[in-house]
Design a protein around this ligand. Structure first.
Ligand SMILES: [Zn+2]
Ligand SMILES: [Zn+2]
Length: 369
């Protein structure tokens, strides 16, 4: 039986969403129907809304969902109706990266996450008159009461956790935390600068505490965010407009620069300016949504110090492993990501997006009633 649902449909690039009745397909053998409880609003939703990636419209966005499994496809193992799940990005499951537990670098990542449907070109959503609506964004399209998702990108979580809070673990929060814990893997005492203190940057800063970092510098132009970063464990707060990152490093007693720099801004000009603040053997992680522009590195500067600049997708996470790990840190009080969240009703989606874009709320989460 197809499922009747409501979803926030984005009809054309740049236009605000409208909550409309939709009809969901039955789940295929490797799919689930999930009743959503919460869904985070991520910057990437805005990049998609504005048509900066070749995603087809009309489409249902939303890619930080949490909810309860309602139906399982015939081939699904390990999940059952009633299970609580966090939805994350999708991946093929059979390429060299997926085989190596690195699904964030799936060789078919764009098709699985930004294709606007299943890999065979079908979509799981339609308007009541039968007109197709694109689905499966990040394998979920979760700005909706229900979603058809791949079992592969649903992570089962303990039923005693606050399910409405957990969706952002599937994208923004694992992106920041994973950049530190999965990719940079700093030694205890290492010095780390995090540029940009949105949900991704603040998650990275909390993860620096878990990793036992020494100097943790939060860099932004928004003083309120820098103050929040210091509450969450940053040892230094820097105004990005007041001085270069290399000058800030010197002021923090690091004349050689930082061991690690994490750019969350997605701005090539910021990356280029920050490079001079990399200590010998320093690593810079690029985790933002980058617009056009080139990274320009001085070859001798990179080579002579053994410096590394690396791209990082979704914190390099295997969500099936990393989301339970983050939840263990949350339970132990080491990862209070709930401090980033403000809840909105599903009907307030436009307001939630506006508050997030204006920087008034770090991580808006829609409660789906
Ligand atoms: Zn793959
Ligand atoms: Zn995201």
């Amino acid at each position: 039986m197809p499922t009747a649902a409501r979803a926030a449909v984005f009809r054309q690039p740049g236009a605000p969403p409208v909550i409309e009745p939709v009809v969901l397909d039955d789940p295929r053998a490797d799919e689930l129907v999930v009743r959503l409880v919460g869904v985070g609003v991520c910057h990437t939703d805005m990049v998609l809304r504005d048509g900066h990636l070749p995603l087809p419209f009309p489409v249902v966005l939303g890619h930080e969902g949490s909810g309860v499994v309602e139906q399982v496809g015939a081939g699904v193992i390990g999940l059952a109706p009633g299970d609580h799940v966090v939805l994350s990005f999708d991946s093929c499951g059979h390429c060299p990266s997926c085989d190596d537990h690195a699904p964030a670098y799936c060789h078919d990542w764009f098709a699985y996450n930004f294709g606007g449907g299943r890999s065979d070109g079908t979509t799981a959503l339609a308007a009541p008159d039968g007109t197709a609506i694109h689905s499966h964004v990040f394998g979920q399209s979760s700005f909706a009461t229900h979603a058809v998702v791949h079992a592969r990108n649903a992570v089962k979580v303990d039923a005693d956790l606050p399910l409405d809070l957990l969706g952002p673990l599937g994208c923004g929060i694992q992106t920041g935390a994973g950049a530190v814990l999965n990719e940079l893997r700093p030694r205890a005492g290492a010095s780390i600068a995090v540029i940009g203190t949105g949900a991704v940057g603040l998650s990275a800063i909390m993860a620096c505490g878990i990793a036992g970092a020494g100097v943790v510098a939060a860099v932004d132009i928004n003083p309120a965010r820098v103050a929040l970063a210091q509450e969450l464990g940053a040892t230094h707060g820097f105004d990005a407009r007041a001085a270069s990152l290399a000058d800030h490093a010197r002021a923090a007693g690091l004349p050689q620069g930082f061991d690690c720099v994490i750019d969350t801004t997605g701005r090539p000009d910021v990356v280029n300016a920050a490079m001079a603040a990399l200590a010998p053997r320093g690593q810079m992680a690029l985790v933002g949504a980058y617009g056009p522009g080139d990274i320009a590195a001085d070859a001798t500067f990179l080579m002579s110090g053994g410096r590394v600049i690396r791209g990082v997708v979704e914190g390099g996470a295997d969500p099936q492993v990393f989301i339970p790990e983050l939840l263990a840190h949350y339970r132990a009080g080491r990862f209070p990501f709930d401090k980033l969240v403000r809840f909105f009703a599903f009907d307030e989606i436009a307001e939630a997006i506006a508050q997030g874009e204006a920087g008034h709320v770090v991580k808006p989460v829609l409660r789906i009633a």
